[in-house]
Design a protein around this ligand. Sequence first.
Ligand code: ADP
Ligand code: MG
Length: 253
Amino acid sequence: MEPTSPELLSLQTVSHSYRTYPAVEPVLQDVSFSLNEGASLALLGPSGCGKSTLLMLAAGLLSPLTGSCVFSGQELSRPHPAIALMQQQYGLFPWKTVRQNIELSLLLRQSRVEDAQLQQLIGELGISGKLQDYPGQLSGGQQQRVALARSLLLHPRLMLLDEPFGALDSITRERLQDLLRSVWQREGFAMLTVTHSMQEAVMLGERILVMGGQPGRILHEIDNSGMRAPAFRDSRESAVVLEQLRRALGEAA
Ligand code: ADP
Ligand code: MG
């Protein structure tokens, strides 16, 4: 068998504009990066710099105006079954229970899951008692856990997360980051997280790309390969990377 390339996602000189006629300023210009199987990348930048747009391109939900988005050796022209996208606002159907929300996304992907596997994951995520509840009966943190469970049960090769824990209090947010980190290391999917939080970028990206400008571009790349260590959150190393990010964002402003 041919050895497979470790490169999973590759964006080359991607630009995007929401309207070409009459033309408006592009929202992204000349964005290039790639992500290997099992690796993690964080995209950090201020609101409005085009982060969500970039994630939609990586999900195959938008097509670039120029440049290319390649997933697993093929140009992305539509959503791919091996890519899961967790959007900014949970995306749960309020009129369906937690269990129905999870089952519906599996059904849409024509994928099935063993009940034992579902029970194990929701146990780990701490929402076992919530399967019959409706999203409106859950806290923000619990809704986010459901959204995470739903994406994880699709067993994606690439997980895209748009400001995943932005609406949560800092305690819940740190817990969910730690949970995501441990599931990521165990399951081995690649992860691309978009955030405007420096601290979140440090916890979730082995590489951190700092974005800025209008149109949005990548201004800096910062190596954060030490982040796989279990005690990374309180380490000297994470504080150093945070400081580097702060400086990079200062220059970007
Ligand atoms: P971010 O996620 O970094 O806050 P977005 O990708 O959401 O940035 O938006 C980047 C720019 O594109 C903003 O100026 C925004 O107003 C514009 N934009 C986003 N979505 C649309 C859309 N559907 N139609 C037109 N403009 C859009
Ligand atoms: Mg956004």
